[in-house]
Design a protein around this ligand. Sequence first.
Ligand SMILES: [Cu+2]
Length: 116
Amino acid sequence: MKNVIGVLTLVLGLSFGAFAQKGKTAEVSFASSVKCGMCKKTVESNLGKEKGVQEVNVDLKSHTVNVVYNPKKVSKDELKEKITKIGYDADEMVADQKAHDALPGCCQKTAKAHKD
Ligand SMILES: [Cu+2]
């Protein structure tokens, strides 16, 4: 019986923890220079690894990067900076030139619009 209560407490604790965690997230979206499937992959995988980032979704139609993050661990400005360091613009912040130049040719800003 003691075990059952222990397990129940653990389950309740965990689900409450998950719930509390959800309340801490914020969502933001930045205008960006993303243009193809490769850009999407690059931004989503790189930004996804950053501290405090929970979800990254690049929308190629609207050229935006949507991020779900924990505002206690990372700020909006830090997120913007991280995007520029991957080689892409984020709102008014311009992509880091070195990182941008290292991107595949089709992902650079001078590339024509294309699909993947
Ligand atoms: Cu691209």
